[in-house]
Design a protein around this ligand. Structure first.
Ligand SMILES: [Fe+2]
Length: 179
């Protein structure tokens, strides 16, 4: 189940913990993070990228019409991936991008953790969740040491997705909280 926890970035004090999708969306809206749930397509496990993209085409078209994003692809990561540790490390330190980071979880789960305005917003996203982290938001991502994720990535400009590291130890101080 999806879970949002909000903590004070200085003290670590817990300010909110909720699994309710409407409450999660309402708590993330003030920092311009979009959170919504889409119906999960009924596909065989391990369906290929084109099949996954085709299954979500109506939702993708609606989202792209809303946001101006132009392309989407599918990323799969599981515990057998030979580069899973390197991939985890790449996005585990606090960073920003020059474009929005948009993901929809078709299978599996992962944490998007945003550091904004003296608070840490840890969104544990699970199957059916869409999250959009605005450009220039300090954040990191963790799917754990044994990842299991099949996600749509939606891009406005794929060159904007390079991580720019902030050099903080925030992700060590605030390890991901899973549901
Ligand atoms: Fe990122």
């Amino acid at each position: 189940m999806s879970l949002l926890t909000i903590k004070d970035a200085a003290t670590g004090a817990l300010e909110l913990s909720t699994s309710d999708a409407a409450e999660i969306a309402a708590a993330l809206a003030p920092i311009n993070v979009r959170f919504e749930r889409w119906p999960v397509a009924n596909l065989p496990a391990g369906a290929d990228a084109e099949t996954v993209l085709a299954a979500y085409r109506p939702q993708l078209d609606a989202f792209m019409g809303d946001t101006g994003a132009g392309t989407a692809d599918v990323i799969k990561l599981d515990s057998s991936h030979p580069q899973k540790d390197a991939l985890r490390a790449k996005f585990l330190s606090e960073h920003t991008h020059t474009e929005d980071e948009v993901r929809f979880f078709h299978e599996g789960a992962g944490n998007f953790i945003m550091h904004v305005g003296g608070k840490v917003y840890d969104a544990y996203c699970t199957q059916g969740d869409l999250i959009s982290v605005p450009a220039n938001t300090h954040h990191w991502f963790d799917a754990g040491t044994e990842p299991h994720v099949t996600a749509l990535r939606i891009f406005t400009d794929t060159t904007g997705w390079t991580p720019h590291y902030t050099g903080t130890d925030m992700s060590e101080r605030f390890p991901a909280v899973t549901g």
